[in-house]
Design a binder for this molecule. Structure first.
Ligand code: NAD
Ligand code: UD1
Length: 337
């Protein structure tokens, strides 16, 4: 297929490009580089030995999208583009709703004008709010989000479902990611957060590389085996492969489908710290701080639907996730620079 990849220069998008190309698909990337670098695309080109059509374009710019869609015969859009920092979304809600919601509306408007009705969307486990069932299945009702970022995912899912209701020839796959970490085994691409990392693994790797003194663990009094928060960490390469499988569903006219992309295993913050230290032979000093507002004790997936319906399951374990996260950070202490 010929796939428009929005946000393709970002962390998950760049890894997905590699898997798409390896599976014989063609890609066209649109990214405004607000949270990424063109270097990521250059490195994907190096890894895959291909040349990738790239447009430094904002998805809110409909005229520019129309020109791109006029030029390329696109069959499907994988939509990664969006802002994703939870704390920033609380302080800048307008920017988040504008970028993520207006951006998606503009994008799907341009796609519609070009007859493109196949969409795969990057959603998040955050739409479950405080999940009613653990492990979380796709049947678990969507919950109350604690921040505007989460609400944008919640609302975009609904917008895409409504498109299909009005016109059943739309095929929409909503992929709810759990906690992506790790990097491509080459160490050429990886997660490149701006400023102080919000998420656990990039914070750990920045401690390991000496950019931060110590890790702050947000609470050790949760109702979990060691008191620290439990999450479902998934290797970004496994996550990327999930998108290739989702394309198969699109090609068989799946209508609307929702899939959890996780491993189904929960690890605590301390499990991750210990695994990282053991696998990479580095020390991660840490202190215990207060709980972070909005955090929940435990969240991990039941990923069996993706296995049954798509033939996808995560292959990498926590060791490879820790090894590859460190391999990327060690080779690129300043990310893409
Ligand atoms: P990322 O920030 O690395 O990638 C997002 C990309 O979108 C960036 O390259 C950014 O420049 C681009 N972008 C943002 N707004 C844009 C706009 N208006 N026009 C064009 N490009 C724009 O983030 P990521 O971790 O790769 O996440 C990809 C998607 O997956 C996002 O939608 C994110 O919300 C979602 N997601 C991520 C996680 C995670 O933990 N990383 C978890 C669940 C869902
Ligand atoms: C966060 C977001 C969620 C988003 C997900 C993936 C919040 C409240 N939630 O989820 O919306 O979909 O990232 O991008 O921000 N931790 C520490 N110290 C740190 C960082 C994290 O102890 O410096 C702990 C957290 O308390 C949590 C675990 O590590 O228990 C994982 O945190 P994080 O990587 O931020 O992911 P989530 O909180 O699951």
């Amino acid at each position: 297929m010929n796939i428009l990849v929005t946000g393709g220069a970002g962390y998950i998008g760049s890894h997905t490009l590699i898997e798409l190309i390896a599976s014989g698909h063609s890609v066209v990337v649109v990214d405004n580089l607000c949270n990424s670098s063109k270097i990521a695309i250059n490195r994907v080109e190096k890894i895959t030995g291909t040349s990738i059509p790239f447009y430094e374009t904002d998805i809110r710019d409909k005229e520019a999208l129309n020109i791109i869609l006029d030029k390329h015969q696109i069959n499907c859009c994988i939509h990664f583009a969006g802002l994703k920092a939870v704390g920033e979304s609380v302080s800048h809600p307008h920017e988040y709703y504008d970028n993520n919601i207006t951006g998606t509306l503009t994008l799907i408007g341009a796609l519609r004008e070009h007859g493109i009705k196949n969409i795969i969307f990057s959603s998040s486990a955050t739409v479950y709010g405080e999940p009613q069932v653990i492990p979380v299945t796709e049947d678990c009702p969507k919950g109350i989000c604690t921040n505007p970022y989460g609400w944008t995912k919640w609302m975009i899912e609904q917008m895409l479902i409504d498109l299909h209701t009005a016109d059943p020839t739309y095929n929409v796959v909503l992929l709810r990611y759990f906690n992506p970490i790790g990097a491509h085994e080459s160490g050429l691409i990886g997660e490149n957060p701006n400023g102080i990392p919000n998420n656990l693994m990039p914070y750990i790797t920045q401690v390991a590389v000496g950019k931060r003194d110590k890790l702050h663990i947000f609470g050790n009094d949760y109702d979990t085996p060691d008191g620290t928060g439990v999450r479902d960490y998934i290797h970004v390469v496994d996550l990327a492969k999930g998108h290739v499988k989702a394309l198969n569903a699109i090609q068989s006219n799946c209508g609307v489908e929702v899939y959890n992309l996780g491993t189904g295993k929960g690890y605590s913050v301390l499990d991750i710290v210990k695994a990282f230290e053991r696998v990479n032979d580095v020390k991660i000093p840490y202190v215990i701080d207060d709980r972070r507002p909005g955090d929940i004790a435990t969240c991990y997936s039941d990923p069996s639907k993706a296995w049954t319906a798509l033939g996808w399951k995560a292959e990498y374990g926590i060791e490879e996730m820790c090894r590859d996260s460190w391999n990327w950070q060690r080779q690129n202490p300043d990310g893409y620079g």
